[in-house]
Design a protein around this ligand. Structure first.
Ligand code: ASP
Length: 366
């Protein structure tokens, strides 16, 4: 049993610790108000047949990466606000698309673009550095109605890789373009291009320096800040998208799970829209996102049970941790993770925005 699954199985007054930030969805308002959320002990969940979903009536959800969770004691109120606002703005961008009758594909693209433009997250601006002190970005998008998908891997000059992934899906016969060809395609298609310094942030540079300094010691893979979104539109069509700079100090040319359909991203109307974050090699080997779908489709599992089994029971055995946001066409949402935490948020049909950024806000990985 991993440390985290042990944590999950320990009720330890989770309700007393769990605090969910509720943001009133008033245009222009970003005031977060903490509210204790009653968490049901896992024993009670088990008696009802397994993990219960985090929320219902969700129309769009986003994540801002697994990995080391933000710690209350090291996080200033200004930093907390910045992260919650970043997630909430992405949710609102997606909601606006849906409210105007847009598709779930357009909604997840809009949400992920916001997160790519936010330097706090490891996607677009703020992407991590590879071992050559460069940035290589990966993204994918998938449409649940017909399993159409698009992806780019190792792009170096696209401002919003998720938009390039959508164009691959909609304008080419292919599913994935990589490297120079992908950059050229995005530029020729009229997407804004940037030079590598666009992605630069001091924080990510310092992370690279720390990773290099540690190279002689035990191998450590840093992962934090990948972004993703899942949504359901008025036609009850699902979509999912994921975008990342990958892992700090990764080898040049390394591609993780995020642009790979079935690993980091998957959407199928009858089962689930899923966007994953975590140790990409393990998510690739474990075919993470599609396995959740298969457990639902072929294993008769419900969304929460399937997502929990993959994230908390199967993937850690392959040697890596992470999390997923998972949504079905009925609006059932869950966000299990085996990593210490996972920044994420969701927005419900009635306009309620919930963001979770501290580990103690998801203590039992419900
Ligand atoms: N899964 C991403 C990758 O391996 C990293 C992350 O989610 O933090 O590229």
């Amino acid at each position: 049993m991993t440390r985290n699954s042990a944590r999950r199985l320990t009720p330890l007054c989770a309700g007393a610790l769990s605090v969910t930030a509720l943001l009133a969805v008033v245009p222009g308002s970003a005031v977060s108000v903490g509210r204790p959320e009653a968490a049901e002990p896992v024993a009670a969940q088990a008696a009802k047949g397994g993990p219960r979903p985090d929320a219902r009536h969700v129309v769009i959800a986003v994540h801002g990466g697994a990995g080391t969770a933000l710690k209350r004691e090291d996080t200033t109120p200004a930093q907390e606000k910045a992260y919650r606002d970043g997630l909430a703005e992405a949710l609102r961008a997606g909601r606006q698309v849906l409210a105007e009758g847009g598709s779930s594909v357009a909604a997840v693209e809009a949400a992920v673009r916001r997160l790519e433009d936010n330097p706090l997250f490891n996607a677009g601006k703020g992407a991590v550095f590879n071992a050559d002190a460069g940035h290589e970005l990966d993204a994918s998008i998938m449409r649940g109605s017909d399993l159409a998908a698009g992806a780019v891997a190792g792009v170096r000059n696209v401002r919003n890789p998720v938009s390039a992934a959508r164009l691959v899906m909609e304008k080419t016969k292919h599913v994935m373009l990589a490297g120079e060809g992908a950059d050229d395609f995005a530029a020729r298609s009229g997407l804004p291009t940037v030079t590598q310094d666009h992605y630069w942030t001091e924080k990510r540079w310092q992370e690279l320096m720390r990773a290099k300094g540690r190279q002689k010691g035990p191998r450590e893979i840093l992962t934090q800040g990948t972004v993703g979104a899942v949504a359901v539109d008025r036609g009850r069509n699902l979509a999912a998208a994921t975008s990342t700079g990958g892992l700090t100090n990764k080898m040049a040319g390394r591609v993780g799970d995020s642009p790979v359909v079935g690993a980091g991203t998957y959407a199928k109307n009858g089962t689930v829209a899923a966007s994953a974050t975590g140790a990409g090699e393990v998510f690739l080997r474990g075919a993470a996102a599609v396995t959740i779908s298969h457990l639902i489709e072929f294993g008769g599992r419900d969304l929460a049970g399937a997502a929990y089994e993959v994230l908390v029971e199967r993937l850690p055995e392959l040697g890596g941790t992470g999390g997923v946001i998972a949504l079905n066409a009925a609006g059932v949402f869950d966000a299990p993770h085996s990593s210490e935490g996972m920044l994420h948020g969701y927005l419900t049909e009635d306009g309620r925005v919930v963001t979770k950024i501290f580990a103690d806000e998801t203590p039992a990985n419900q």
